[in-house]
Design a protein around this ligand. Structure first.
Ligand SMILES: NC(=[NH2+])NCCC[C@H](N)C(=O)O
Ligand SMILES: [Mn+2]
Ligand SMILES: [Mn+2]
Length: 349
């Protein structure tokens, strides 16, 4: 008799969690302080505020060996005229080239990598570098936006609204050669990608979502199905045939702006805290997370210090949860239990 059903799934999940924790995996953290994929300055300070909100300690507490690679240093290219309305193409191209090399090296060295942005144009380099090591990867894109405009369909000229068009093989002929970006090779097919959280999709993006048959779950789908079914369908779509590395590209604006106010393109009606954490918990439970981007945290845009702190803490929470922090609690070894008990007893005495 084949073991199936909820009990099997529960056991499998627990077994995997135990395995992963006991292996003492290593997590690498890499900051990418870059903002030229959009017009609002400040998002380049994302890595700093996310670190200041306690990221490294939280990951160390999860029993990982944490390697903080610090922040990349992006040199500004002064002469960078827009090309067909696309802004800062040479700076975006150069930053992503550097990022893609760094991501590839970190993954190649065996780390699970957390990339802290920066704006979402960085996914070009992050997914591209990841794919150099893991050509069979799949992408879960959690975002209010599809970031699927081509330079021709973009209403804003901002490259943070376009990275997916540069990554998709099916759009190769729709994306013109742009100065600074001609080195980018598409690494994904439409089948390798699932969107979660969409609620602000431009007409050109909607056209490509439909015509390429991309699997996506809007906020309406989450309302209708519940986040549990959405995650099941996501994994069915991406992993039913083969287990393969997951690239999670998490734009903080997927969350409702009441939870993540410090971001450049907030859209009302987003993920609740519990939905967002459920997404990352489920991704952890697959045991397949390989690279995670956390992008679009912009401390210059919070109304006050609390708003910025809340957004940065939320970013830390989703990273911790994607890497195995659970709401049910966990223990790594039985030796730790008596130690805690002794302390309590001493206190009582
Ligand atoms: N990564 C983001 N926050 N992207 C917002 C994109 C907004 C809009 N769709 C555009 O292309 O300009
Ligand atoms: Mn977005
Ligand atoms: Mn985005």
């Amino acid at each position: 008799m084949a073991l199936r059903g909820p009990l099997f799934r529960l056991l499998r999940t627990k077994f995997r969690n135990t395995l992963q924790q006991s292996r003492g995996q290593s997590v690498a953290v890499l900051g990418a302080p870059f903002s030229r994929g959009q017009k609002r300055r400040g998002v380049e300070h994302g890595p700093k505020v996310i670190r200041d909100a306690g990221l490294i300690d939280r990951l160390s507490a999860l029993d990982y060996s944490v390697h903080d690679f610090g922040d990349l240093t992006f040199l500004t290219i002064e002469e960078d005229e827009p090309y067909m309305d696309v802004r800062s193409p040479r700076n975006v191209g150069a930053a992503n080239k550097m990022l893609s090399g760094a991501v590839s090296r970190a993954v190649g060295a065996g780390h699970t990598l957390v990339m802290l942005g920066g704006d979402h144009s960085l996914a070009i380099g992050s997914v591209g570098g990841h794919a150099q090591q893991c050509p069979d990867l799949c992408v879960i894109w959690v975002d209010a936006h599809a970031d699927l405009n081509t330079p021709m369909t973009s209403p804003s000229g901002n490259l943070h609204g376009q990275p997916v068009s540069f990554l998709l093989k099916e759009l190769r002929d729709k994306v013109p050669d742009i100065p600074g970006l001609s080195w980018v090779k598409p690494v994904l097919t439409a089948r390798d990608l699932v969107y979660i959280g969409l609620r602000d999709v431009d007409p050109g993006e909607h056209h490509y979502l439909k015509s390429l048959g991309i699997q996506y779950f809007t906020m309406r789908d989450i309302d209708r199905l519940g986040i549990g079914k959405v995650m099941e369908a996501t994994f069915d779509h991406l992993l039913a045939r083969t287990q393969r590395p997951i690239h999670l590209s998490f734009d903080i604006d997927a969350f409702d702006p009441s939870l993540a106010p410090a971001t450049g393109t907030p859209v009302i009606g987003g993920l609740t805290y519990r939905e967002g954490i459920y997404v990352t918990e489920e991704i952890h439970n697959t045991g397949l997370l390989s690279v995670m981007d956390v992008v679009e945290v912009n401390p210059a845009l919070g109304a006050n210090r609390e708003a910025v702190g809340a957004t940065a803490s939320l970013a830390v929470d989703i990273v911790a949860s994607a890497l195995g922090q659970t709401r049910e609690g966990a223990h790594t070894s039985m030796d730790e239990v008596p130690a805690v008990k002794e302390d309590t007893e001493q206190l009582r005495l």
